[in-house]
Design a protein around this ligand. Structure first.
Ligand code: ARG
Ligand code: GLU
Length: 729
């Protein structure tokens, strides 16, 4: 008996010691701070987030909405992933100056390249505004009324909250509507490209290695923030000056060892960790397989063309990578959820939850939650699936159809908002579609269409297929659309969009491609989406109550809010893992592994002669470790999409790595985090420095950084030193 008690206690402590979780930086004091210190952290919660003094958060902006970056010098030097800066690197590239292939390095400020539509956003302050936002909501009857009131409260507070003229305000919900946080932000828009390694380093391993450990990718690029003379945000001007940050990260030269404390700070996009078992089962059995099958076909078609034709390969490279990224993630996720028995684990948790509800005498409030989930998830399934087919087939993977859908929206704008709005949008579409056609090949798209429309017609829920498309001959449909539609060429599109409103609408409605999109779009907007939204609103309300119940009934549990693109802290240790029986992965990869993977001339695994020479010379300077050059490492930090480019920080607040991916076996961590196998992948900062210094010869950049040796004795926390040095705001 006593043994059993001890065992249970041990298990409880173990459970507690397992990490996972993405935490709000202003709320770390207490449980998180204690846990972090137990893991080896030497800083305090206020070193990470502080409103009145500079803190780590002042060096971690969101990069262009979808990624994270960090400031690494007193002159606003900014580090993020190569795949996050890819669009900018590509847009500066020409055949003569191909920065994607050869890399780019600005040796002085004047050489840095400005970018249109690139923005980084810092968080100045975070405030809990739950009571203001939920004010007057509880008294309202229906869910729709409640949501309307919440939106009103949000927009009022947004308008009235005090701020400087150059600051913004964002309000976001946490814990599915149980908490609201306000963020005061500062966005800089003059961001210049400073450096990028060639893709053979920055994208080494490409799609084959994507989501996979062991990994050998130097996935980084460098930018610089420019500000006006007062260090405030300003649009591009040649008179702007490098931004002076409130804080920047010193870079550690001492590297990492297994079990070292790590903290990853960034903007994770979206997770759904608190779904009921029934929802996870639908992802595993229904929606992921459907989406995977669609992308599988689209990718195979594109790959076939890309391998045979160089021009097509260039046209489709970025699109292919982006479609392949989540296709591959979903496969890993489905496998991981299956292997870890996530559905059964959730069911067991739900049984325990039901017990707790009983014990607490809360049957009236919470007793029907799980049954309601079951019913509504069952009801929503055909709508979810139909919506996924529409999204993937029409909006995402068949280019002619996704362009066609924009034309269909144009017709709707005319009906709803009149000729002026119609003309504005029409001209925008006509002038803006050049980019689309530059990378469009009608032959590729026709083959994609033929495969995908077949899936849509045969496999999506049949009750929502438009009548006129039932029993269609797919080969005939394909020939008639791609053989006659004006949308297959830019000239054709311009022709379609020329003339007065009536002419344009008439021409559109005579076009076979347009007719098809219109019937698909109408079926979706009339028969699928409204009902989907209706049930989904109910599910959101259930999810909110379920969250509230869990917070209430498990007072001591580590319950973190799902990711919502706001600034979060996640922490853990450098750690290997055992993906399957008899296989153990080390936590660090080395330069030797790059050479092992080298396939001359291959589009994924080629290595430049210059890098091979450096390998042969073993001239690693201060960046090597016992004659070896570390490249990537993994840790138990709970990250997701959006954490790309996030700083990996050591116990003292120095930069040790740059987050860029997760391991294959752990891609299910957006839904179910298993600490045994979920790992994030980072580039070792020493590899970044080595490439900048020894490969690119950009000593100027190394010189403006602050390189430190935190592991040698005598060193006080670097955070304090930098704090004393850097300018106070
Ligand atoms: N898997 C990483 C992320 O989710 C890297 C993606 C970019 N690389 C690629 N091969 N597609 O974004
Ligand atoms: N590569 C991802 C990104 O772009 C990060 C990897 C992940 O999803 O964890 O944000």
């Amino acid at each position: 008996m006593k043994f059993l008690k001890l065992l249970l206690l041990f298990i409880a402590v173990q459970m507690h010691a397992q990490q996972g979780g993405m935490w709000i930086p202003s709320l770390l004091e207490g449980m998180n701070e204690t846990e972090m210190k137990n893991l080896g952290m030497k800083m305090s919660a206020s070193d990470i987030y502080d409103v009145n003094n500079s803190s780590l958060k002042d060096a971690v902006p969101q990069f262009n909405g979808g990624c994270t970056a960090e400031v690494i010098s007193s002159k606003g030097l900014l580090l993020t992933n190569h795949h996050c800066g890819f669009g900018e690197i590509q847009s500066h590239s020409t055949v003569e100056n191909d920065y994607l292939t050869d890399g780019f390095w600005a040796m002085k400020l004047e050489d840095e390249l400005p970018n249109k539509d690139l923005e980084v956003t810092f968080i100045v302050k975070i405030e809990d505004v739950t009571s203001q936002i939920l004010n007057g909501v509880a008294a309202l009857g229906t869910e729709e009324e409640k949501q309307k009131k919440i939106q009103e409260n949000i927009s009022n507070l947004n308008k009235t909250y005090p701020r400087e003229s150059f600051q913004g305000v964002k309000i976001r919900t946490f814990y599915e509507g149980n908490q609201y946080m306000l963020f005061v932000t500062e966005s800089y828009t003059d961001i210049r490209l400073v450096g990028a390694p060639p893709s053979s380093i920055g994208k080494f391993g490409s799609d084959t290695d994507n989501w996979v450990w062991p990994r050998h990718t130097g996935d980084f690029s460098l930018f610089r923030i420019y500000a006006d003379k007062n260090n405030r945000p300003a649009d591009y001007s040649k008179d702007n000056v490098p931004y002076t940050p409130k804080h920047f990260f010193p870079v550690s030269l001492d590297g990492i060892s297994e079990d070292d404390f790590t903290l990853v700070f960034g903007y994770p996009g979206r997770t759904t960790e608190y779904l009921p078992a029934v929802a996870v089962a639908q992802i595993v059995n229904e929606t992921n397989p459907a989406k995977i099958e669609i992308r599988d076909k689209a990718l195979k078609v594109a790959d076939g063309f890309m391998r045979k034709d160089k021009a097509i390969k260039i046209q489709y490279a970025a699109k292919y990578a982006s479609i392949a990224n989540y296709w591959k993630k979903w496969i890993g996720e489905t496998q991981g959820l299956t292997k870890s028995n996530a559905v059964q684990v959730k069911k067991d948790q739900e049984a325990a939850f039901q017990q707790k509800v009983l014990q607490a005498g809360k049957q009236v409030e919470y007793g029907n939650l799980l049954a309601d989930f079951d019913k509504n998830y069952k009801d929503i399934l055909p709508y979810t699936l139909s919506r996924d087919y529409f999204m993937e087939v029409v909006l995402r993977n068949t280019e002619l159809l996704s362009l066609g859908f924009k034309l269909y929206q144009l017709e709707q704008i005319q009906a709803m908002r009149g000729d002026q709005a119609f003309n504005d949008r029409k001209n925008n579409l006509r002038d803006g579609s050049g980019e689309f056609y530059k990378d469009f090949n009608a032959q590729v798209d026709e083959k994609v269409f033929e495969q995908l429309i077949e899936l849509y017609l045969n496999k999506s829920p049949q009750q929502f297929i438009p009548e006129n498309l039932k029993n269609t001959n797919i080969a005939q449909l394909t020939t008639s659309v791609y053989g006659t539609s004006k949308m297959t060429t830019y000239d054709g599109l311009k022709e379609l969009l020329t003339g007065d409103t009536q002419t344009v609408l008439k021409n559109l409605n005579n076009d076979k491609g347009y007719q098809l999109v219109k019937s698909l779009g109408e079926a979706f907007l009339k028969n699928v989406n409204p009902k989907f939204e209706e049930i989904n609103t109910k599910l959101s309300a259930l999810q909110r109550t379920y969250m509230k119940a869990q917070l209430e009934l498990n007072k001591d549990a580590r319950i973190f809010p799902d990711a919502n693109s706001t600034l979060r802290v996640t922490y853990g240790k450098v750690k290997g893992y055992e993906p399957r029986d008899a296989v153990a992965y080390e936590p660090v990869t080395y330069f030797d592994g790059v050479i092992e993977k080298y396939v001359p001339g291959d589009y994924e695994f080629d290595v430049s002669q210059k890098l091979i020479d450096l390998y042969n010379k073993k001239d690693y300077g201060p960046y090597g470790e016992n004659g070896k050059m570390p490249v990537n490492f993994i840790g138990t930090n709970h990250t997701t999409g959006g954490n790309s480019g996030s700083p990996a920080i050591d116990a003292h607040g120095n930069l040790i790595g740059l987050n860029f991916d997760r391991v294959w076996e752990g891609t299910m961590s957006d839904i179910y985090y298993d600490p045994a196998i979920c790992r994030n992948i980072m580039v070792d900062m020493r590899y970044v420095l080595f490439i900048i210094d020894k490969y690119a010869g950009a000593k100027n950049l190394i010189d403006e950084m602050k390189l430190v040796h935190p592991k040698s004795k005598n060193q006080t926390t670097n955070k304090q030193k930098v704090k004393a040095k850097s300018k106070k705001n």
